[in-house]
Design a binder for this molecule. Structure first.
Ligand code: URA
Ligand code: SF4
Length: 218
C-alpha cells in the first residue's frame, strides 16, 4: 500500500512514549518490507534496567541494523560487533550501564549465501521508514550525547552528505537533537582486510569514544 510506504513507521508508533510500550509495538510494525524476512524487530535497550520507563542515559549509540545473532536473540549488539563495542567502551572508560544501544533500522536485512544469512545494507527508503522509531527513542531516552556508529546512522541524522572519514569524532549540532558524534562502526573493524587497517580503525573508534567521554565529563 503506497500510503503506508510513504508514512513508514509513523502509523505504528504508539502515543504512549515509554520504552516497554514502544518495544512491544515495534513488533507489529509494517512500515517497510523488512519485517517480512526477519525473525523479529530488535529495539534499543540499556544493558541493565531495560524495563525502566525513562532510564538515565549518558550516551545513545546508534548502529545500522540488527545482525544475524541480534535478529535471533531480539537484542541489539549481542553478536561479534557488540562484543567488540563493549571492549572498546571499557577501554575508553565509558560506563556501559549508562549507554543505550539501538539501531537506525530495527529489522535485519539479509540475503542468503548458501546456508548463511549475509547482512545487506538498508536503503535510504528503509532508513527513512524506520526513523519514527528512532525519534521516539530519542524522545524517551533523552541522552546527553548521541554516538552514531557508521555511515548509515550518521547520514540518517546528519544528512546524506556526511562523511565519517572526514568528520568522525567531531561534535555535531543539529536542531532538535542532542549533540552528536559519528565514528567508525565496530563491524568495519571486524571486516578490515589487513592488521594495519584494523589497528588504524580501532584507534579511530577508541579516540572518538574517549572524546565522547571527555565531552560528557565537562
Ligand atoms: N551491527 C549493528 O549495527 N547493530 C547491531 O545491533 C549489531 C551489529
Ligand atoms: Fe518497521 Fe523499521 Fe521494521 Fe521497516 S525496519 S518494518 S520501518 S520497524
Amino acid at each position: 500500500m503506497p500510503a503506508i510506504a510513504k508514512e513508514g513507521a509513523t502509523p505504528f508508533v504508539p502515543e504512549d512514549l515509554t520504552l516497554p510500550v514502544l518495544r512491544e509495538a515495534v513488533q507489529n510494525c509494517r512500515g517497510c518490507d523488512l519485517y517480512q524476512n526477519a525473525t523479529q524487530a530488535v529495539f534499543g535497550e540499556l544493558e541493565t534496567g531495560a524495563s525502566l520507563k525513562r532510564p538515565k542515559v549518558a550516551i545513545m549509540m546508534i548502529g545500522e541494523q540488527p545482525g544475524n545473532q541480534e535478529d535471533k536473540e531480539g537484542r541489539p549488539f549481542v553478536g561479534p560487533a557488540g562484543k567488540l563495542l563493549d571492549k572498546c567502551l571499557q577501554e575508553a572508560e565509558i560506563d556501559r550501564r549508562k549507554v543505550y544501544v539501538t539501531n537506525t533500522v530495527k529489522h535485519f536485512k539479509w540475503e542468503p549465501r548458501g546456508r548463511l544469512r549475509i547482512h545487506k545494507k538498508p536503503s535510504m527508503k528503509e532508513v527513512h521508514a524506520c526513523r519514527p522509531w528512532l525519534e521516539a527513542e530519542l524522545e524517551v531516552v533523552r541522552p546527553a550525547l548521541v554516538v552514531c556508529l557508521g555511515a548509515v546512522a550518521a547520514q540518517s541524522l546528519l544528512g546524506s552528505g556526511f562523511k565519517i572519514t572526514q568528520s568522525h569524532g567531531k561534535l555535531q549540532h543539529r536542531e532538535g537533537f542532542p549533540p552528536i558524534i559519528a565514528t567508525i562502526h565496530p563491524s568495519a573493524i571486524l571486516r578490515a582486510r589487513t592488521s594495519e587497517d584494523r589497528d588504524r580503525d580501532t584507534n579511530v573508534l577508541l579516540d572518538d569514544l574517549r572524546h565522547a567521554n571527555t565531552f560528557l565529563a565537562r
